[in-house]
Design a protein around this ligand. Structure first.
Ligand code: ZN
Length: 334
């Protein structure tokens, strides 16, 4: 089974201008490193246009576009983004184009309703993870919304974004009620515990080691560290070694690594006592314009480099696991 464990859908804000500015901020480093924008000063509007990131931005990703970008995949995990303020504007997953059947104005408070509606429209293709922000209307409201998103909307897990929302995952007042509720609901929690190219994101709340308190206090809770904690990948791997119910998905990292580096990473993970069964393939599609097919090919090709690296090839069954079987097992689908 092929599963993309980390994708997004719809829009993050209700106006194009804001979306473009936000997207450009996160993409600046990538465009610069590709030589598409000047690195020594901020680009002019003309240079942005020439780079391919024009004022109009990119079209909103609907379910059809996501399915078309994932040929051969069985499932895509769509992750909601909970309401949060950025430069005074409330952002989060919104359906600005009326793609779903959720009534009323497009507002981020309905992020979980949008994700659930997309899953309802394509239940064979999409797995929905909701999202809550305890810093938006307080931890009690976040816990109630989490309960609703699972019991009423039928979502399969929750995605959390502490570093974007000014809270520490180890905060007993803001964080612990959410972990406790997720454990009670029996759902996995994916958490963006990794760096970010968004300039306001707080790196001090991003360390994977902050999850140690969660692993200690909520022993039955399944935690998925997004992006393998990049740039603290060893720290994330160690969390997986220490905590029996911790997992990771490798989006973002897999886009930056060569096939040989990816092979070395997988060997390193196993030698660090992280079973490859704890690792999931993910892309962060459509972020950074990653191509899910090319990234999956990268994973499937790692063994072509085994001779040069001087290691035994990784068994195909373990690569099948990373490609989707491991995630399917986590959700009890197989
Ligand atoms: Zn993401």
């Amino acid at each position: 089974m092929l599963i993309d464990a980390h994708t997004h859908i719809l829009s993050l804000a209700d106006d194009t201008e804001f979306n473009t500015a936000y997207g450009r901020e996160g993409s600046l480093c990538i465009y610069r490193s590709h030589g598409r924008l000047p690195a020594h000063r901020m680009p002019t509007e003309e240079e942005w246009e020439e780079s391919g990131y024009g004022k109009a931005g990119f079209p909103i990703t609907g379910p059809d576009a996501s399915i078309a970008a994932h040929p051969g995949f069985d499932k895509m995990v769509i992750l909601a983004v909970s309401p949060q303020f950025l430069d005074g504007k409330l952002i989060g997953t919104v359906d600005t184009d009326g793609i779903t059947d959720v009534p009323g104005p497009a507002i981020p408070e309905k992020c979980n309703d949008y994700i659930a509606a997309i899953v309802r429209g394509n239940p064979d293709k999409f797995i929905g993870f909701g999202s809550v922000n305890p810093n938006y209307r307080g931890p009690k409201a976040a816990v109630e919304e989490l309960d609703r998103s699972v019991r009423e909307l039928g979502l399969s897990g929750v995605k959390l974004y502490p570093m974007y929302q000014d809270w520490s995952p180890a905060d007993p007042i803001l964080g612990f009620p959410i972990w406790e509720k997720a454990q009670e609901l029996g759902i996995p929690v994916m958490i963006h515990q990794a760096g970010s190219t968004r300039i306001d994101a707080r790196m001090e709340y991003a360390r994977p080691a902050l999850l140690d308190a969660i692993g200690r206090h909520f022993r039955d809770l399944r935690v998925i560290i997004a992006h393998c904690g990049i740039p603290w990948m060893d720290e994330a791997l160690f969390m997986l070694t220490k905590h029996p119910n911790f997992y990771t998905e490798i989006s973002y990292y897999i886009a930056t690594a060569t096939e040989e580096e990816l092979l070395r990473f997988l060997i390193h993970a196993e030698q660090s006592f992280v079973p490859l069964e704890k690792i999931f393939f993910g892309t962060d599609y459509p972020g950074f314009l990653y191509d899910p097919v090319a990234l999956m090919k990268k994973l499937r090709n790692v063994n072509a480099h085994a001779d040069r690296v001087g290691c035994a090839p990784i068994p195909e069954s373990k690569l099948d696991g990373i490609a989707g079987d491991n995630f399917a097992r986590l959700l009890g689908m197989v």
